[in-house]
Design a protein around this ligand. Structure first.
Ligand SMILES: Cc1ncc(COP(=O)(O)O)c(C=O)c1O
Length: 339
């Protein structure tokens, strides 16, 4: 049976062409800044984000933690939404490793309004923790942050002398969806991290980009976290390949998401809660486990988040697969889910 893997865009595998680029990579000791392929990738990331300096780091989690180690810390707060990855999926590293306290700003599925962010900022008080940072995530649960809101949030941060961190793990999905450049999104934050894994299809690694002083400090944090790596040009080559070849193709993931979302809408058992960029979240009157089982019998794998089903499109799925998934979804009826 053919398997259609809709669990996450983290399940993508390097293609033959990407592996060839990795095989041929020139390498050196990156801890000494001497890996030419890493250096090339970092320069590309500086160009793409418009930031002064970029640093190759091991993961998206590291890209979120390092800014909090530098700009947060004990007794300091980061304003974020209750949907954010730093709050839900990073094992509390923000508190346990950086000492930063998350303060949850009201949001619409992760999209905060600038006025709510501003209302959550503390003035100085001897007995309160201090607001130090604002975090936005773009995309958040697949939803694209309106760029105007991001700019307003940046203005708020400037008025209050706060640092803004952008978790852009999937910033390229936002960019191809809206036509707004990564550079423009990045300009709405003091630092940005993005993932080369996930939709871009590299096996690992992320980028953190910001000003020179911040990235100098980030290098030390990376080392302290065990992220100092040697001949990693092999992996950086995959990142370069991903940036050169796999950005525009994200659009087809979004088209596949649209087709699958329409197929789900036609069923009597799924209600679409979010359908945006490469992600679908749906609810059901039936337990999600039963729907997952029915789908698994047909070779379709997806995950649940709380009581929602979560489907993520990636380069694992091509046009033909999408047609097949659409018709397989049509074969799941309520009778099967009642059993
Ligand atoms: C929005 C977001 N930020 C950060 C991360 C962390 O990335 P990594 O798994 O590379 O640590 C993820 C991972 O799925 C994510 O979805």
């Amino acid at each position: 049976m053919k398997i259609y893997d809709l669990r996450s865009d983290t399940f993508t595998k390097p293609t033959e062409a990407m592996r060839k680029a990795m095989y041929e990579a020139e390498v050196g000791d990156d801890v000494y800044g001497e890996d030419p392929t890493v250096n090339k990738l970092q320069r590309m990331a500086e160009e793409i984000t418009g930031k002064e300096k970029a640093l190759l780091i091991s993961s998206g989690c590291m890209g979120n933690l390092i800014p909090m180690m530098i700009k947060g810390g004990r007794g300091k707060e980061i304003l974020t939404s209750s949907f954010s990855h730093i709050v839900n999926h990073e094992i509390g590293a923000l508190a346990s490793l950086s000492g930063t306290l998350p303060v949850l700003v009201p949001s619409d599925k992760g999209i905060m309004k600038a006025e709510d962010v501003e209302a959550s900022i503390h003035g100085y008080s001897y007995d309160m923790s201090e607001t130090a940072m604002i975090e936005t995530e773009n995309t958040t649960s697949g939803i694209v942050y309106p760029v105007e809101e991001l700019k307003k949030i940046k203005k708020v941060s400037e008025r209050h002398n706060l640092w803004t961190h952008l978790d852009g793990a999937r910033i390229f999905n936002a960019s191809v969806e809206t036509g707004i450049s990564v550079k423009e999104y990045a300009s709405s934050a003091d630092d940005i991290t993005f993932c080369l894994s996930k939709g871009l299809g590299a096996p690992a690694f992320s980028i953190l980009a910001s000003d020179r002083d911040f990235i100098e400090k980030a290098k030390r944090c990376k080392k302290i976290l065990g992220g100092g790596m040697r001949q990693v040009g092999i992996m950086a080559a995959a990142g370069i390949y991903a940036l050169e070849n796999n950005v525009e193709r994200l659009k087809s993931d979004h088209e596949h998401r649209e087709a699958i979302s329409k197929a789900l809408e036609k069923t009597s058992w799924a209600k679409i809660e979010i359908s945006s960029t490469n992600m679908i979240f749906f609810s059901s009157a039936y337990p999600i486990d039963r729907i997952m089982n029915a789908a698994r019998k047909r070779g379709i794998l997806f995950l649940s988040e709380g009581n929602l089903g979560r489907i993520v499109l990636s380069l694992n799925i091509n046009d033909e697969d999408t047609d097949e998934i659409v018709s397989l979804i049509g074969t799941i009826d309520e009778g099967e889910l009642c059993e």
